[in-house]
Design a protein around this ligand. Structure first.
Ligand code: PLP
Length: 452
């Protein structure tokens, strides 16, 4: 049993107790670990994680949405092993190397070379910082330094460094730091759940776009960019919306001379059913941020892709007009090699198509759960499933979420609801057995926790 630290078997106790003594875990009130289990992972294989007692857990959230092709993937492992013997790292200022060039070429090709310039960092929040800074600096280089404000959506999440947090609308993450942040304009989310009687998801999208237009009419001269998560606002509860919204935003950005930043850190890399989520709206942003799945969940890697027009705004003999941002591990060759191996799997295994069959099977297997009287807003896009438990009160939702996580572990599942929203973002390798296992066990966990 993993229910409490003092009940765990010895081997686990050791690692757990040592961890709690010296590791400050992310996104955690550490005191909760007096009762909440901390799972000591020993190894991973495919969709499964194994703890130090040999107990297995189906990683149904791809280890915070990063792991696309399973743990210890043989193809990614072997690519990394050969890269390791060639070059582990070299600085990217004044130097270049095959993995970073190939990765930039291949990603540009996936946008039809519209986003042909790739700037690298290590984590998602840094990619967001880069996009914000690059947008502001582009306008500045064009003599429009007044354009220094940003727009984000209600319920947006773009990371937790100071700049990224300023375009993140999650009270629990932002409130403590409010006085440190630049105020962003927060506009209506196109979340399809906001549909009123007789309204379609597209109607909600149009309504949200109209709200944005009102702001732009008034303020565009001061606004550098709007940042959106295309199709699904993930971290605040998998809010899904109609692609029409992206088309409307693209038009408004063109009309009012504002940049569009697409944060595809979570929704990119095939997660929504196309390689880039923007493809489903047939638009391209001015900046596109990728991280999470791009390295297959192996190594920290993030990047910002942008258009030639933006790149040209910095191209000059004057150093001060250049984009001087840097991180020590920019373009790390091992991380880029993992990303190349990941992209190769997309092509070799025709992953986008294969995922359609996987998604259809899981959606069908989840039908009984979707029909449960205490399940609301069952929704799916690509390889994301979500539903809301019928719990109104926020404290009760937090308790539900922690209890669900614990009960899921007992059922050999790694699932970590966001408040009352249960979601799945499995790796793109589940076989029929694993899909059915995921559906049956999730239902069992839900029934147990909702009845408690
Ligand atoms: C996870 C995430 C980020 C932040 O990425 P980190 O690597 O955690 O800093 C930014 N935007 C979105 C949409 C994310 O899901």
């Amino acid at each position: 049993m993993l229910n409490a630290i003092n009940k765990t078997p010895d081997k686990q106790y050791d690692l757990v107790a040592r961890s709690l003594r010296c590791v400050w875990h992310p996104c955690t009130q550490m005191q909760h670990h007096e009762t909440l289990p901390l799972v000591p992972v020993s190894h991973g294989r495919g969709a499964w994680l194994y703890d130090t007692e040999g107990k297995r857990y189906l990683d149904a959230i791809s280890s915070w949405w990063v792991n696309l092709f399973g743990h210890a993937n043989p193809r990614i492992n072997s690519a990394l092993k050969s890269q390791l013997d060639l070059l582990e790292h070299a600085m990217l200022a004044g130097f270049t190397h095959e993995p970073v060039v190939q990765l930039s070429e291949q990603l540009a090709a996936r946008t039809g070379h519209v986003l042909g310039h790739c700037f690298y960092a290590s984590d998602g929040a840094s990619a967001v910082e880069i996009a914000l800074k690059m947008s502001f600096h582009t306008w500045r280089n064009k003599g429009l330094s007044d354009k220094r404000e940003f727009v984000c959506l209600k319920g947006s999440y773009h990371g937790e460094t100071i700049g990224a947090l300023s375009v993140t609308d999650v009270p629990i993450f932002r409130d403590a730091y409010g006085s440190l942040l630049q105020q962003a304009h927060v506009v209506m989310s196109p979340d399809a759940r906001a549909a009123q009687e007789g309204e379609s998801a597209a109607d909600v999208a149009r309504r949200a776009a109209a709200v944005l237009e009102t702001l732009l009419q008034e303020r565009a001269g001061h606004i550098a960019a709007i940042i959106v998560e295309p199709l699904v606002q993930c971290a605040t509860g998998m809010a899904m919306y109609d692609p029409l919204y992206l088309q409307e935003v693209r038009k408004l950005c063109d009309r009012y001379q504002v940049h569009l930043i697409a944060d595809e850190i979570a929704v990119g890399c095939g997660r929504t059913g196309t390689f880039f989520a923007c493809e489903q709206a047939a638009i391209w942003p001015d900046f596109l941020c990728l991280s999470k799945g791009i390295s297959g969940g192996y190594l920290p890697l993030s990047l910002v892709m942008t258009r030639d027009e933006i790149y040209q705004a910095f191209y000059d003999s004057d150093v001060a007009r250049a984009f001087l941002h840097s991180h020590s591990y920019t373009g790390n060759p091992l991380a880029c090699r993992a990303a190349l191996a990941t992209l190769a799997i997309f092509d070799e295994d025709d992953v986008i198509n294969a995922n359609r069959a996987r998604a259809a099977r899981l959606t069908a297997a989840l039908a009984p759960l979707a029909a449960h009287p205490q399940v609301r807003n069952f929704r799916q896009r690509g390889m994301i499933w979500a539903f809301d438990a019928a719990i109104a009160d926020a404290d009760a939702a937090a308790t539900f979420s922690r209890r669900f996580f614990t009960t899921a572990l007992e059922q050999e599942l790694l699932l970590r609801p966001i408040g009352n929203t249960v979601y799945m973002m499995p790796p793109y390798i589940l076989n029929h057995e694993e899909i059915d296992f995921l559906a049956v066990r999730t239902q069992a966990v839900f029934e147990e926790v909702i009845a408690a």
